[in-house]
Design a protein around this ligand. Structure first.
Ligand SMILES: [Zn+2]
Length: 116
């Protein structure tokens, strides 16, 4: 515990990013974006923040999903929510830099026209 505390005391501050909130959401070496919201039915809301630390970058998501008062329906809703959260995790992880590198993925031979 003491070693962890000492490590935190010796961390150097990092510069704000181009997208971080530059307010109370940022710490010495953690930078957080402003909240990004999306709303759903019945008062549902998702809030996403982009976070940058010394060692990683990640999205932090909080979701409020109204569920039914009937236990059997609530359990099914929670199961669906958990399943879709898992799907979300895999879908986001599937987006890899090579998939976004359009220059590398161009196939010039497909654009070539036959010589006249
Ligand atoms: Zn910042």
């Amino acid at each position: 515990m003491a070693a962890s505390t000492m490590a935190q005391l010796h961390r150097r501050p990092t510069e704000h990013t181009g997208w971080c909130a530059r307010d109370h959401r940022c710490g010495l070496n953690v930078h957080t974006s402003p909240d990004m919201y999306t709303d759903g039915p019945l008062g549902a809301r998702g809030v996403l923040n982009r976070v940058h630390t010394e060692t990683s970058d990640y999205a932090e998501i909080r979701i409020r999903i109204p569920i039914n008062a009937r236990e059997s329906i609530a359990r099914k809703q929670l199961g669906v929510a958990l399943h879709l959260i898992r799907e979300l995790l895999y879908a986001v992880a599937a987006v890899r830099p090579p998939a976004l590198d359009h220059a590398r993925n161009q196939r010039p031979a497909l654009d070539r026209r036959p010589a006249a």
